[in-house]
Write a protein that binds this ligand. Structure first.
Ligand code: SF4
Ligand code: FES
Length: 248
């Protein structure tokens, strides 16, 4: 395949970025999207040019780092698919492909296609955990029974990989789907009840402090989420927040 790429290049957070044109030839349709970028970078290095910075780690859809805006869509055209699991056969020979970083005030560009998503880490640190007493004997994992429906619902929420596609898809750059998933994961389990009150308030407050926008229920986040996280997670977040503030 021969492809015409328009890729966002930006030297650093302060620099003004721009789209730069690249032409790449001989791409195997069975390559992943990231492998195609690897080939381009090898070409750039051979030409003594600066390679393009992009985030990646697991390359199997579980770590959430490979966040690219491809032709205006977070993670590209396939539903329930991360950028690393997207294949070049999804495109046609001669296509022009626009590749940009995720755009949001709370995700500042570090370089080229790499954005700083540490705002997500700070939201997690504000309440995305359970405290466990580790002194004495280890508590058996099955000591607290969890019914099947709650376990399944919690597991679905826990599938969130923290990629940020929901934020990039949202016209308000809201992180409600991500935070909703993280709160729901614990709200559906008995282990999460101890800190439920502080968790909902602290995580929502941190989300606001990081500069994410408000949710207006447009649903773009659910459509673009590669892990199928449902809008009902946002409803759970709102319910947990209202419960917590009423108790407080
Ligand atoms: S909710 Fe979906 S889109 Fe948002 S961070 Fe989690 S996995 Fe990514
Ligand atoms: S590189 Fe880990 S999800 Fe894509």
């Amino acid at each position: 395949m021969k492809l015409f790429l328009k890729i966002w290049r930006q030297e650093n957070a302060q620099a003004k970025g721009q789209m730069v044109d690249y032409t790449i030839d001989g791409i195997d349709p069975n390559m992943s999207f990231l492998e195609m970028l690897d080939v381009l970078n090898e070409q750039l290095v051979a030409e003594n040019k600066e390679p393009i910075e992009f985030d990646h780690d697991c390359r199997e859809g579980i770590c959430g780092t490979c966040s690219l805006q491809i032709n205006g869509q977070p993670h590209g055209p396939d539903r329930l698919t991360t950028t690393c699991q997207l294949h070049m056969r999804r495109f046609k020979d001669g296509d022009t492909i626009y590749i940009e970083p995720f755009r949001a005030k709370a995700f500042p560009v570090i370089k080229d296609l790499v954005v700083d998503r540490s705002s997500f880490e700070r939201i997690q640190q504000a309440g995305g955990y359970v405290s466990v007493n580790t002194s004495g004997n280890t508590i058996d994992a099955n000591t607290i029974p969890v019914d099947k429906e709650s376990a399944d619902t919690a597991f679905d929420s826990a599938a969130c990989i923290g990629c940020g596609a929901c934020v990039a898809a949202c016209k308000n750059a809201s992180a409600a789907l991500f935070v909703g998933a993280k709160i729901s994961q614990f709200a559906n389990l008995p282990q999460g009840q101890v800190e439920a009150t502080q968790r909902a308030i602290n995580m929502v407050n941190q989300m606001d402090a990081e500069g994410f926008g408000s949710c207006t229920n447009t649903g773009a986040c659910e459509i673009e989420c590669p892990k199928g996280i449902k809008l009902t997670n946002i409803a759970t977040m709102n319910r947990e927040f209202i419960k917590a503030t009423t108790k407080g």
